[in-house]
Design a protein around this ligand. Sequence first.
Ligand SMILES: NC(=O)c1ccc[n+]([C@@H]2O[C@H](COP(=O)([O-])OP(=O)(O)OC[C@H]3O[C@@H](n4cnc5c(N)ncnc54)[C@H](O)[C@@H]3O)[C@@H](O)[C@H]2O)c1
Length: 216
Amino acid sequence: MKVLVTGASGGIGKAICRLFSEQGHRVIGMDLLPSDLCSENYEHVIHDIRDTDWPDLGEIEVLVNCAGVQTQTAEDIAVNLSATIELTEHYAVQENIRSVVNVSSASALTGSEFPHYAASKGGLTAYTKNLALRLARYGATVNAVCPGGVITDLNRHILEDDRLYAAVLDESLLHRWSSPEEIAEWVVFLACVNRSMTGENLLIDNGEALKSNFIW
Ligand SMILES: NC(=O)c1ccc[n+]([C@@H]2O[C@H](COP(=O)([O-])OP(=O)(O)OC[C@H]3O[C@@H](n4cnc5c(N)ncnc54)[C@H](O)[C@@H]3O)[C@@H](O)[C@H]2O)c1
């Protein structure tokens, strides 16, 4: 299939591009930054998803929205929600589309983390359902993955602080964070294997939201 992945140069997006490429799909990665991913079926496009002068990429069959920022300002909503919606409306609302997977966040479902970030991802939850309703006419599925902690540059300030990292691991039931490769496996499954689930937001957080103290 022909797959477009945004945020393709970063931890999770790059792992998604690599896994789709390894499985023989034609992959186009879009990012502000260059990529060092080398594969004959991988093409990299440098583009800011806030720029609506969209490059012509032909008919896309799978769209993975992974570009995201955590700035603690309204920019989180501009990139993670508004630009993601505009890009999706441009590339995915057409009859060749088979699947859209949004990389959201556990904070979309729990309200945790920073205000603009949580709101941007919460908005993506509603948009995932809205798009699922509209793309069903093409037989396409639309879902979101909502990761908890993932070991990427986005969390460098935590990963480089041993005490803080130990403290956040204590918050998860399985006492671990996910790798970008694990999230990529969920995304590829949702896009290529799943045919019957649509409009859902999957919490993949190593049991962090489930963990609670029984205090009476
Ligand atoms: N790392 C985590 O713990 C975690 C948890 C939940 C959700 N997420 C989400 O996963 C996605 C990927 O995050 P990551 O951890 O790989 O972070 P990352 O910072 O490593 O990667 C994000 C990528 O998005 C690109 N990007 C940012 N703004 C862009 C724009 N305007 N146009 C084009 N590209 C842009 C960046 O250049 C970068 O390559 C994000 O949407 C993030 O919110 C991450």
